[in-house]
Design a protein around this ligand. Structure first.
Ligand code: ATP
Length: 322
């Protein structure tokens, strides 16, 4: 009976430029995507026939967070064919003609609809994992060709680490990874529709364009101060105008000492960079104290984690977590 465990790392956009809409409705993007230690655990096991999927609440503290404050019992993704992990398994079976029974168990630590590509990361982990479990011998490019039909972030999530991403997400090139800089994530309990965010961007009279090459240079020089200054996201203003509380929290994160604060993807997660673990710990403590004093409405989740840059697609380098 085969069994394999994969980690599906969350992703951030350190820089995201959104360009023109293509005739097929997708936008051209240019982005620096970065994996985080925080991730979902995906367990793949043989079963007699058919696909079965179970989503369980994970524990961020055992899944890449150094600290966590909040509630990790938000809604779970669907446990059927709507789940991107399920779709990945199905498409891989169609592409290879292998039709084994499969049990997928997902322990979710990546918040849902957060701009952290949780669903895409899970789907990519299933593709990577099954490639190993079933000895399919597919290359990263072949897996990416299957994955991109399910979600534009999947080619990056297959590779992980640090990458320059363009096209609609299908052109992925690894770049110099930064050290494991500490990161504070703040996830407001609001849901952002990625499609609505892009539609809002299209309605802007003046699109917000980002020079991603500046971020590339700063990363190449491993210059944390410049990386913090180059954080930029074309979609940030759209989501911030829809949820003014995000602007409030962005200011609080900056005042708490983050070197730079940015929204990831279409949001709503905000992330802040810290100099080192001590600095990150001080910021995390300040922010969690501020959260304790907030009395109104549901509170954001707060995570302290690190950039993760050991990503490789090769099956022989797969990670085994208990
Ligand atoms: P992106 O940044 O790629 O837009 P996101 O982080 O904003 O993604 P996800 O957490 O990937 O958002 O989830 C978006 C939607 O996908 C949700 O409506 C969710 O129900 C659905 N979904 C399907 N499969 C999964 C999965 N395995 N994990 C999380 N969400 C999933």
């Amino acid at each position: 009976m085969g069994r394999l465990t994969e980690i599906a790392h969350a992703k951030l956009n350190l820089a995201l430029d959104v360009g023109d809409v293509r005739p097929d409705g997708y936008h051209e993007i240019h982005s620096i995507m970065q994996s985080l230690e925080l991730g979902d655990i995906i367990v793949l096991e043989d079963r007699p026939a058919g696909i079965a999927l179970e989503c369980r609440t994970g524990d961020p503290m055992k899944q890449g967070a150094l600290h966590f404050v909040g509630s990790n019992v938000e809604s779970m993704p669907p446990s059927d064919g709507r789940n991107l992990a399920w779709q990945a398994a199905e498409r891989l079976m169609q592409a290879t003609g292998v039709h084994s029974g499969l049990q997928i168990t997902i322990r979710k630590a990546i918040p849902l609809s957060a701009g952290l590509a949780g669903g895409s990361a899970d789907a990519a982990a299933v593709l990577r994992g099954l490639n190993s479990l079933w000895n399919l011998g597919l290359t990263c490019e072949e897996l990416a060709a299957i994955g991109k039909e399910i979600g534009a972030d999947i080619p990056f999530c297959l590779l992980e680490g640090t990458a320059e991403v363009s096209g609609i997400g299908e052109i992925v090139k690894s770049v110099t990874p930064p050290p494991p800089w500490p990161i504070i994530l703040l996830k407001q309990p609001v849901t952002v529709s990625t499609a609505a965010c892009y539609a809002g961007y299209d309605r802007l009279s003046q699109p917000v364009r980002v020079d991603v090459n500046r971020m590339l240079k700063a990363l190449d020089d491993q210059d944390l101060g410049r990386v913090a200054k180059c954080l930029a996201n074309s979609l940030e203003a759209v989501t911030l105008s829809q949820f003014p509380e995000l602007l409030h929290w962005k200011t609080i994160m900056e005042e708490a000492g983050c070197l730079g604060v940015l929204m990831s993807g279409s949001g709503p997660t905000l992330f802040g960079l810290a100099r080192d673990l001590d600095h990150g710990q001080r910021i995390f403590t300040k922010l969690s104290n501020i959260l304790k004093q907030e009395r109104q409405g549901p509170l954001p989740n707060l995570y302290f984690t690190r950039l993760w840059s050991n990503g490789v697609c090769q099956t022989e380098k797969r990670r085994r977590y208990g």
